[in-house]
Design a protein around this ligand. Structure first.
Ligand SMILES: *Cc1c(COP(=O)(O)O)cnc(C)c1O
Length: 393
């Protein structure tokens, strides 16, 4: 048998990521590959840093994409900032906080968990209490936008509390970057990581990170070596850092970086604030349609993410069968529940390029049809009108 070229079908990606990739990004990625030390490529890297600083709203010198997915950005923050024996408070309100705990422990740190209900924001008072009970804590970590539940936490307040107790703050912004307000310098965030496949609408596989001066001081003055050679920022900076000489560390994913460069140019053209507003507007339209059908949101209104809409699966409905029908009949992907929410919720993403009125209408029409066919207990024929009123306003 001769295996032929792989031609994926055209889908509409409205899950928890990856989101639809802009055709401009895909086109940029098909341009000629350069050497990773070619001066033309190095000049592009410098632009990339400028663009990422814009997206993160920071002037941090160490702002760059890690050559691996969001999970590697997470590891980069933990392996560099946590030394064996360090106490780290992890605020958990979903799946990704659990991964932070794993990271702390694999670095030889001591994880103190502060638990909140899944589907709710992190409670600042619980963090304050935990810091008072653990005055020897070095680092506080939390997820700004919990993709597993659709909850948004108050990053500014949580970082303030961490600093009041002399701790550095690590923030997961994989799903928040470009989708919802995020101000690294104004909020004094010490170390932050994101991903390319959520609200930046780039292909998966890169993780933008940013470290403050203070965080970098800690990395430079560690007592022990960073346990990961690949993610040791002291070494990575020989390639990404400095204005003068660039030295080989690893071969950068050249064409993937062209894609991220283009995604960030698109973001800059639109404007960060306009991108946040667009995510909010499309969320409100989708919400109006879903609620008109009688579907319920998991997260209370004031803590909801516009780019990740978690809704409860109606009683008696086979949630996997609905997703399978959406995929086969409409080429539409929405997300299943993760962890404790598996089987109980759907997660509808309106991320980046995919956050647009056409997708809002498409998703509502498709859901109306599929839920009608399986005789789910929802209102039919009303969702589009409700969404249209919001989109017109
Ligand atoms: C998607 C996601 C990650 C992991 O990113 P990958 O690119 O899948 O490794 C981490 N944290 C949050 C909040 C995410 O949504």
């Amino acid at each position: 048998m001769t295996i032929k070229s792989f031609h994926p079908p055209q889908r509409v990606l409205m899950g928890p990521g990856p989101s639809d990739v802009s055709p401009r990004v895909l086109e940029a990625m098909s341009r000629p590959t350069l050497g990773h030390l070619d001066p033309v490529f190095v000049a592009m890297m410098d632009e990339m840093k400028v663009l990422l600083k814009y997206a993160f709203m920071t002037s941090n010198e160490l702002t760059m994409p890690v050559s691996a997915p969001g999970s590697a950005g997470m590891e980069t923050c933990f392996v560099n900032l946590v030394e064996p024996g360090d106490k780290v408070i992890v605020c958990q309100n979903g799946v990704f906080g659990g991964r932070m705990k794993e990271n702390v422990e694999r670095c030889g740190g001591i994880a103190v968990m502060v638990q909140d209900d899944w589907g709710r924001a992190v409670d600042p008072q619980k963090l304050e209490d935990a810091l008072k009970a653990n005055p020897d804590t070095k680092v506080v970590a939390f997820v700004h936008a919990e993709t597993s539940t659709g909850a948004q936490s108050d990053a500014k307040t949580l970082v303030e509390i961490a600093h009041k107790h002399g701790c550095l703050a690590i923030v997961d912004a994989v799903t928040s970057l470009a989708g919802t307000p995020l101000k690294v310098d104004e909020w004094n965030i010490d170390a932050i990581y994101s991903g390319t496949q959520k609200c930046l609408s780039c292909t998966p596989g890169l993780s933008p990170v940013s470290f403050s001066e203070q965080a970098l001081e800690k990395v430079k003055n560690r007592k022990s070596k960073v346990q990961s050679w690949f993610m040791d920022l002291n070494l990575v900076m020989a390639y990404w850092g400095g204005a003068t000489k660039r030295a080989y560390h690893h071969t950068a994913p050249i064409n993937a970086l062209y894609g991220l460069h283009e995604a960030l140019v698109i973001l800059q053209e639109e404007g960060l604030q306009n991108s946040w507003a667009r995510h909010q507007k499309n969320h409100l339209a989708l919400r109006a349609g879903l609620e008109a059908m009688g579907l319920k949101f998991v997260v209370p209104e004031s803590e909801r993410l516009p780019q990740l809409n978690a809704i409860t699966v109606p009683e008696g409905v086979d949630e996997a069968a609905v997703r399978a029908m959406l995929l086969s009949d409409y080429g539409l992907e929405i997300g299943a529940g993760l962890g404790a929410m598996a089987g109980k919720v759907w997660r509808i993403g309106l991320m980046g390029h995919a956050s647009n009125p056409r997708n809002v209408r498409f998703c509502l029409s498709a859901l109306d049809d599929v839920l009608g066919r399986i005789k789910a207990p929802v209102q039919h024929g009303v969702a589009l009108d409700a969404a249209n009123r919001k989109l017109a306003g």
